[in-house]
Design a protein around this ligand. Structure first.
Ligand code: CP
Length: 341
């Protein structure tokens, strides 16, 4: 097997960012640049015949202050496949327990020669704040209920792989909209790309002003799924749940759980998505999660290619002009994230 070094080419001129903080601020052109780049990375990694040492000599740091299986592992793999060194920081067992601040922790990690920080934190706006405080590139891997941009992008990649484009497609996002960063990133991206987006769930888990994001709201699952081309099933977030947001898990599963009966109103080929981790038997039935229309594991596979694309673009963009985020913009974004929570 050949292990030639592959020249992936230069970053498109239209890409000038050095951070990926959200999907909300991405244009359709920028989203297409990421998705097109991910196509290339998926193809070249599928046959493992060529090395892609774009990040050789660089170091990516995972700074995760919340648990993760997919995102953390996927970023590590993506970085290594591009020739980068990686380090994994976990808040448990760190000097945070001795009173070191979050910013001091991040600055100390950066001082070891880090080029890209990938951060997950429960507080909305954390990645925006780090982008102001650090000199390296920052990627948001989930900031509380605000955004999870690479999840939104890998979900869009998975849909575009099947559809070619988003025009005329109806995507239904079902579940805990109030606490879901995945939902917000999907909504921003899908609306920007021209899809029709419907959100559905218990009224207590749907933010009052969510329609301003360009979606329609449907409490009744049967109505929401009418003619659906894809359904993205959100996890019921037990760890973020305040008491009493819906009467019981049983009632949730009965009224908003995605099962074969509920899907009768959707298109026969309706794509089934879930960002993981799944609560099987609650928000999604076993046979749907593992059924013929499920792309749940494809989403995970595609996540590596999308994250390779993001790392590649940010590494090329780092020499370009810095996108400035003012403290006022950060505060606004933090406030918006909290409102949704
Ligand atoms: N989808 C997602 O963010 O999964 P992890 O929490 O396992 O990273």
């Amino acid at each position: 097997m050949s292990t030639d070094v592959l020249d992936i080419g230069s970053v498109p001129a239209a890409w000038t960012r050095r951070h990926l903080l959200d999907v909300e601020s991405l244009s359709a052109e920028e989203i297409n640049i990421i998705l097109d780049s991910a196509v290339t990375f998926k193809e070249v990694t599928a046959n493992c015949a060529q090395k892609i040492p774009i990040l050789s000599g660089r170091t990516c740091a995972n700074l995760f202050f919340e648990p993760s299986t997919r995102t953390r592992t996927s970023f590590s793999l993506a970085a290594r496949r591009l020739g980068s060194d990686t380090i994994d920081f976990s808040s448990s067992g760190s000097s945070l327990s001795k009173g070191e601040t979050f910013i001091d922790t991040a600055k100390n990690i950066e001082a070891m020669g880090i080029d890209v920080v990938i951060v997950r934190h429960r507080t909305p706006g954390t990645a925006h704040l780090l982008a102001q405080k650090l000199n390296c590139s920052v990627i948001n891997a989930g900031d509380g209920p605000h955004e999870h941009p690479t999840q939104g992008l890998l979900d869009m990649f998975t849909l575009r792989e099947r559809w070619g484009s988003f025009a005329g497609k109806r995507v239904v996002i079902v579940g805990d909209l109030a606490h879901s960063r995945v939902a917000r990133s999907n909504i921003h991206g899908l609306v920007t790309m021209g899809a029709e987006v419907v959100v559905c769930g218990p009224p207590t888990l749907i933010p009052l002003d969510i329609e301003r994001l360009g979606v329609s709201v449907e409490v009744d699952l049967k109505q929401a799924l009418e003619g659906a081309d894809a359904v993205n099933v959100l996890r019921i977030q037990m760890e973020r749940q305040q008491r009493g947001l819906f009467p019981s898990i049983d009632e949730y599963a009965r009224r908003w759980g995605i099962n074969r009966q509920a899907l009768k109103n959707a298109h026969k080929e309706c794509i089934i998505m879930h960002p993981g981790p799944m609560n099987r038997g609650i928000e999604i039935a076993q046979d749907v999660a593992d059924g013929e229309n499920s792309v749940i594991l494809d989403q995970v596979t595609n996540g590596v290619a999308v994250r390779m694309a993001v790392l590649y673009l940010l590494s090329g963009g780092s020499a370009l002009e810095n996108e400035e985020t003012t403290p006022q913009q950060t505060e606004t974004r933090v406030r918006e994230g909290k409102q949704v929570a």
